[in-house]
Design a protein around this ligand. Sequence first.
Ligand SMILES: Nc1ncnc2c1ncn2[C@@H]1O[C@H](COP(=O)(O)OP(=O)(O)OP(=O)(O)O)[C@@H](O)[C@H]1O
Ligand SMILES: [Mg+2]
Length: 418
Amino acid sequence: MTSELFVYVVLPGQTDFVTAGRFVLSTDGLGNPRGRFVYGRRYLSRTDAVALDPLELPLEERTFETLRMNGLFGALRDAGPDYWGRRIIERHAGVAALGELDYLLQSPDDRAGALGFGLNVEPPAPARRFNRTIELVRLQELADALLREETDPGHPERIQALDLLLLGTSMGGARPKAVVEDGDALWVAKFNRPDDRWNQARVEHAMLCLGRECGLDVAQSRIVQVGARDALLVQRFDREHGEAGYRRARMLSALTLLRAGDSHRDRERWSYLLLVEELRRLCANAPGDARELFRRMVFNALISNTDDHPRNHAVIARRDAWQLSPAYDLTPIPQVSLERRDLAMSIGDLGRRASARNLLSQCARFLLTAEEAQRIVDDMERVVRSRWYEVARREGVSERDCAAIAPAFVYDGFGLDL
Ligand SMILES: Nc1ncnc2c1ncn2[C@@H]1O[C@H](COP(=O)(O)OP(=O)(O)OP(=O)(O)O)[C@@H](O)[C@H]1O
Ligand SMILES: [Mg+2]
């Protein structure tokens, strides 16, 4: 298992990697994984050097150490694949599970953010070739084949190793996806799964549009036909096309800002209230980002996006300054309960409960007065209530799918004064 690697970064405005430092994974006296990172001297002497994570890995000449999260610093973990990307890498490597560093090393260079990894002190040239939208049909077939294997592991599909490389993505998330280039931009292509209960691509696209109508800053998206099915293309906000290639924004997930992991043991740290404190420490426009986070939390409660876990929020830095990223992965989850629904992260005095009263209870932490917060909740409730159906139909969500997702919007418990 690999225990050491070099970390590269694309500096603001640049398109090629430079070496930022070295990461070593070992064990402490008790056998627990321990990660160590040092910035290279040459890197520290650059006038344009940037910190990989200003809070946990500031630009300083010392050895940083962590015993948390299997010894992996959050900034590095965020650049690695998640469920879907790991599945492809494991399938390609022909093994069931790899070491954490192997996932980083074996990932293709389309990962979120500006980091790269390698065994050589000199970084490789960034990949210049990306899948084109025309390849989506083949990519969707491959994604389907991998999903069939998941449901029927007894019948492994004949998937060529080369094809897997084509599909390979180190973007996070659990749903089947690929990265494609179209025009002068890179897009995350999110495929519908054959076992989805509704047209997920169109519904997610409609939610991004509805979020925009509610005044949120959301990622650009559109629907494309792939064979007989729809797929969602979400434009990558961490890549910007330039003459020499793609410029990259650094990116940190909220999971990293919260210094938390995915497991339920870290659940008490999954909190909008803790997250807004971190935004206030890190972001250049703290009041603006705090207000935007408040609006996203309200929106998630209004559309029952109860899967709003901390990997579904991120901050980015295109240059020096950090800011909340545009919103992404907004999906309604209609549930049986009409009285009580919980978001994935804590909201206020009543914990995770998705109700107006709870949303308003800690508004001062989002730098809002009680009147301002009340107005935001009222305005957004009105827009979601009056517009969700029209927006969904306009974006091609079928009548049947609208009926299926209808219970997600402004559910009864939202206004209950419990
Ligand atoms: N437009 C974008 N630009 C840059 N990075 C993005 C964008 N959209 C998503 N990402 C990154 O890719 C990851 C996966 O995307 P997304 O959350 O949409 O996928 P998912 O499979 O639906 O996730 P989940 O597992 O939460 O259901 C995100 O956590 C984020 O790091
Ligand atoms: Mg997600």
